[in-house]
Design a protein around this ligand. Sequence first.
Ligand code: TRP
Ligand code: SF4
Length: 468
Amino acid sequence: MGTRYIVASFEAKHFNAEENGEEELRLTTGDQGQGGSKAPALQRARVLSGMRPTGRMHIGNYFGALANWVRLQNDGAYDCFYFIADWHSLTSDYADTSAIAQNSIEIMTDYLAGGLHPDKSVLFLQSLVPEHAELHLLLSMVTPLGWLERVPTYKEALENVKDKDLHNYGFLGYPVLQCGDIVMYGEPGLPLCVPVGEDQVSHVEIGREIVRRFNMFYGLEWDDNLQEKSRAWQCGKIFQALAVPGGTLSESDFPLKDEKWAEFQSRATARVLEIGFANAVERLKLALSSDALRLIHILEEPESMLTKTPRIPGLDGRKMSKSYGNTIMLSESDADIRAKTKVMVTDPARKRRTDPGNPDVCPAYDWHKLFSTKQTLEWAAHGCRTAGIGCIECKAKMADHLIEWITPVRERRVEFERHPARVLEVIDEGSKRARKVAHGTMERVREAVFGWEKKRKEIDGAAGSAKA
Ligand code: TRP
Ligand code: SF4
């Protein structure tokens, strides 16, 4: 089970949303893309990602995730779906939900300030698309417990998180819900990319396995023609090749009618599930030359899209994290940016102004690389190595560039903060659009699992002929 990554890298200086051209987003909604008979409106790969609403975003979140989302949105090669995973917050914060709604508004405000645009991406709230819960339920049926218990983030959280009790059913199922989030927006035959950080790769990976298993249960199709009398010998060969236990079908059973055909399929399929699809196909190929068995992609397997993100340590040099208090928020004021960066950690070996320093080990220099011009970078590196400049001066210059970068983002943020109703409207409208796609997926999924459409037609047909 090899992990598949798409590795994308991009330049720090290209993060700004406005630099990119406008690209119209045309979506294949459920009604256009469904049924296979009508060609999808377009063949763009799908992109889906989300964040839990844990509060406002800091520049670490921005460069670690959002900047890349914006880049994909503006690339023109993808249909992008970005959402707020409020149900995922619930898996651990079920005891106190008071902050989740406001935090969801904050996150969407940051999405918009950071450059996501509702005309270009589908921006939505998970709990406004209840189909996610239904898909989660169906996926949970085919997910072995052992897979979930082995997920590294699960084991770590159980060991490390002490202030919450995580021994709940929902938390164990976290990756199943995440799998549903992702595959809901997959279109059969199109790549489904999930831009995430390293920490989420194991979740995408288990998602791939769940989808594979789901498709095996509900996407195996035996060639209809096998029911014919002339194919009886092939059915016999299939039973033989797969070593299906119990007796074989007799010549007189053919042509296979409803019950006998159903029996053939379920017995043969049960063996395919036991020995694996690839193995079964191999054996069938040796036994008969025709393609008796097909695997339909009811759901598309997702792929992690790992992006090399630039290093942006916290003010203290550790990983930037709200719980360490070492962040700069997207909403941070100039005064706070100056005050905080002034005392920011630098090359620890540079104790006195007269000591030469090493920018390669300096967190402030990592920030320079993100925000400063080429000239400033050269000035800082040279001045540092020759003790030509002091750290205070160096960091002040970095702060100038940081402020220059953050100003338009912050302005957009303030604007949306003043108009939370607009943010809510983006959430509501985007969720409606997401729901259309989700409808299409769920129709396909429900039919694959239960076959109710087929059953209805049978009953309607029988009723019709009984009347006649
Ligand atoms: N687990 C993700 C995180 O903590 C959030 C998330 C939920 C997600 N569903 C997703 C991310 C689907 C990508 C795709 O960051
Ligand atoms: Fe870092 Fe600049 Fe000080 Fe060098 S001069 S250690 S790059 S802050």
